[in-house]
Design a protein around this ligand. Structure first.
Ligand SMILES: [Zn+2]
Length: 347
């Protein structure tokens, strides 16, 4: 039997194995719901899980993984299985269009050609706008028994409750911190010959929401160094030593989505420290002094206000705004925090 490379991939992601085993047991017992929603932050391998699950459902053998050698598995590997449909935003678009859902509806209205069932992977649910969701709902409400939907929710946008309520939700959770550190050191690109320290991992862990594949990507991009650079330029702005225009040039070296997410993560740390005085919240290491200073001197409501302004900027990202203006504006808002300083309490 040919070895199915994808099996190895799932086995390399140990936090997915308990979920995988549960779902395979249900496939074997014929107890799989007609719609599964795999829910969890980005970077946990949910799409890989969905792809593997689809292959396993379509496979003609009854093994733990898709066998890799039957006719169905060969068609899946070639990307030409007529009973498998992947519905995801096309090209640069961020939304699943209603026309794509109409094609999906045509697909599910026909009987399976090769396998016993048809499988639809929808990635992600938040990309469905109201019209597309409405077009999908009828089929989700009246399952045919021969169609299984695997719908992904990366927690990065709103999923319409009407969609969620028709799915069985499967929570995919990140591994423990210790398991994550072990895993990341085993799976880092070969250019990293010395083990990555826990401190470095702690610096970027939050940026990845603890998701191993996202963390691996950040480590490969040396995001911890990039983050340090951004923090340094922010510190310069707050101290009036660097202009927002110059700092924006540094900030714009990373993608906007990431830039927004990182700022939210920083502000969350500042706010958590302010509320709890738990020093472990002061992350990343390069920002400890700055974040402590802000937490000790800026009233909470102004921190929340800035957080909201950053989230508002995120909402505006799709509307072709000039990115450098947007970033300069955000830096000016960070700088404005300094105007709200109050006398440090005696603590
Ligand atoms: Zn097979």
């Amino acid at each position: 039997m040919t070895e199915y490379a994808a099996n190895i991939e799932i086995e390399n992601l140990p936090w997915l194995l308990p979920v995988w085993q549960k779902l395979v047991d249900r496939i074997r017992q014929n107890r799989l719901p007609h719609a599964l929603m795999l829910k969890g932050v980005s970077g946990l391998g949910k799409r890989l899980l969905a792809d593997q699950l689809a292959a396993r459902m379509l496979c003609m053998q009854n093994e733990t993984y898709a066998c890799g050698s039957c006719k169905s598995c060969q068609l899946v590997a070639a990307g030409s299985h007529s009973d498998l449909l992947v519905c995801a935003p096309e090209d640069e678009s961020k939304v699943i269009k209603v026309d794509q859902v109409r094609l999906l509806n045509d697909f599910v209205s026909q009987s399976p050609h090769v396998s016993a069932v048809k499988v639809v992977i929808l990635d992600p649910a938040s990309a469905l706008n109201q019209n597309a969701a409405n077009a999908l709902l009828k089929n989700l409400e009246e399952p045919s028994g021969r169609v299984i939907y695997i719908i992904l929710d990366h927690l990065a946008g709103n999923v319409l409750p009407t969609i969620r309520s028709r799915c069985q939700v499967v929570d995919i959770r990140p591994p423990s911190e210790t398991d994550l550190v072990d895993w990341i050191n085993q799976h880092l690109p070969t250019s990293h010959d010395s083990p990555i320290t826990e401190d470095t991992i702690a610096d970027v862990m939050q940026l990845a929401s603890g998701a191993p594949l996202a963390l691996k990507q950040l480590m490969a991009e040396e995001a911890h160094l990039k983050q340090r650079e951004l923090i340094t330029s922010l510190g310069g702005v707050l101290k009036n030593k660097v202009t927002p225009v110059d700092a924006a040039k540094v900030w714009l070296t990373i993608p906007m989505m990431k830039l927004i997410a990182w700022q939210i993560a920083w502000l969350d740390n500042i706010i958590r420290y302010q509320l709890t005085k738990d020093r472990s919240m002061l992350k990343p290491a390069s920002a400890v002094d700055m974040f402590k200073y802000l937490a000790d001197s800026i009233p909470c409501d102004h921190l929340f206000e800035l957080r909201q302004l950053i989230l508002d900027a995120q909402m505006g990202l799709n509307s072709n705004l000039n990115e450098s203006l947007l970033v300069e504006d955000l830096l000016i808002k960070w700088k404005a925090l300094m105007g709200f300083r109050q006398k440090k309490s005696a603590s």
